[in-house]
Design a protein around this ligand. Structure first.
Ligand code: NAD
Length: 395
């Protein structure tokens, strides 16, 4: 095996008890929560080790692999063959690829198919694919027979560096993104960067947007490195991508450990997502999540500047990195600022009728919010101003 990184996410109970070392994840049959924390394993070629990782971290009588048709076609046989050779019983449940499938309907179809196939409480789920398979597969695992253990095997950059870590699972509804869901921690996350060789360039770029977010909210040097390495990253250079995956996963893991259920600093991971989710939902999910988040980060940074939370130049700094990566940074003419702001009202972060935004003070410096709440209630007029035509030139 080539170089492998191991990052441990300790559970809240473990941190409170002061014992964050050396657990080996939880087993199956424990109600499906990673009460003992979990490991994130990162290394080229790790797909071949999934069978042994399952035996160790999520031992089960049977495994339900939940994936999309596209990933199933590319890697499904390889994974299933490996699992069969290791003596595991496996059933694959595949759904059509794309965000439009991350719905209660697909959740119901997969759950029904699992019942018909006889998947029982002695089983575990393998969520195999991009963020959609991870969120959907994880939500099936959270709810099926009151919860099965599950392992995340992310295959897109976005899922590797963000969606697979932290246990947020769920589906979209016509009113908005991720409005139905749960916290359900995986038993392990297995990341094989070699799988990125087949990822289409636009999806690679969309994943890079979440890495920019990690830099923006937590690590200015990392953000600077992303800008320097932008060409290699956008071209899919394996070494640069591996370095990016490790640093982004470290940042995400650190944040979810500090705040497992998002009552405090974990909210920062939503930077760019209030506007981003609204834009993604308005596009009928034709715009990629990372593209929408890219537009969202620029708009929300501008909101922070206008509210005096962020220093001048913060937005321009982010806009430059994102455009170097080939990501969109402005709202397409198709939607007005009014439409976007009105859609943000469906966001989960709305509190007492006002929409709450997670903001930054400067690149790499998070804003703690009024009273340390890690969020700011933003007046509609300020949000509209930051999104409106010509906003880029006006402070
Ligand atoms: P996706 O799952 O739709 O994957 C994008 C496309 O890439 C799909 O067509 C998929 O089939 C294809 N694909 C995946 N891996 C591939 C590979 N190795 N080779 C070739 N094609 C491959 O979307 P995504 O961008 O991975 O994830 C977006 C989702 O993640 C959104 O629903 C978003 O809400 C969610 N998300 C969740 C969290 C969380 O904390 N749970 C965080 C960030 C994003």
């Amino acid at each position: 095996m080539k170089s492998m990184h191991r990052i441990r996410v300790a559970a809240a109970a473990e941190i409170a008890a002061g014992s964050t070392g050396n657990g080996n994840g939880n087993g199956a049959g424990g109600g499906g929560t990673a009460a003992a924390g979990y490991e994130i394993l990162i290394g080229p070629g790790l797909l071949a080790s999934v069978p042994s990782i399952l035996s160790r971290c999520a031992p089960a009588y049977r495994y339900a692999v939940i994936t999309d048709h596209h990933v199933a076609e590319l890697y499904g046989m390889r994974l299933a063959r490996g699992l069969h050779s290791a003596g595991h019983r496996v059933e694959t449940f595949a759904f059509p690829a794309g965000e439009a499938q991350k719905t209660r309907e697909t959740w119901a179809e997969i759950s029904d198919a699992m019942v018909e196939t006889g998947i029982g409480r002695d089983s575990a789920v393998v969520a195999f694919g991009g963020g959609v398979a991870g969120d959907l597969g994880g939500f099936v695992a959270a709810t099926y027979m009151r919860g099965l253990p599950f392992v995340q095997v992310p295959t897109s950059l976005l899922a590797m560096i963000d969606a697979s870590v932290g246990g947020k699972v769920g589906v979209d509804t016509p009113a908005g993104k991720n409005l139905v869901g749960a916290f359900h921690q995986p038993c392990a996350v297995v990341i094989d960067p070699e799988l990125l060789r087949t990822l289409p360039p636009e999806h690679l770029r969309a994943g890079l947007a979440e890495a920019v977010k990690h830099g923006a909210i937590a690590d200015r040097e990392y953000l600077e490195w992303i800008e320097e390495a932008a060409d290699e990253l956008a071209a899919g250079d394996a070494e640069a991508l591996s370095r990016l995956i490790v640093r982004s996963v470290e940042i995400k893991a650190e944040m979810v450990m500090r705040d497992e259920r998002e009552s405090g600093p974990r909210k920062l991971l939503n930077f760019g997502h209030t506007v981003g989710h609204a834009v993604e939902s308005l596009s009928g999910y034709r715009m990629l999540h990372g593209e929408a988040v890219s537009i969202g980060m620029v708009a929300e940074s501008r909101i922070a500047e206008r509210m005096g939370v962020a220093g001048q130049g913060t937005t321009e700094r982010l806009r430059r990195v994102l455009s170097r990566l080939g990501l969109p940074t402005a709202l397409p003419m198709t939607w007005s600022a009014e439409e976007v702001v009105s859609r943000t009202r469906n966001d989960k972060k709305a509190r007492g009728g006002r929409v709450e935004y997670s903001l930054i003070c400067a690149p790499g410096v998070p804003a703690q919010g009024i009273d340390g709440r890690w969020g700011y209630a933003v007046a509609d007029e300020v949000a509209k101003g930051a999104l409106g035509a010509g906003a880029a030139g006006v402070r």
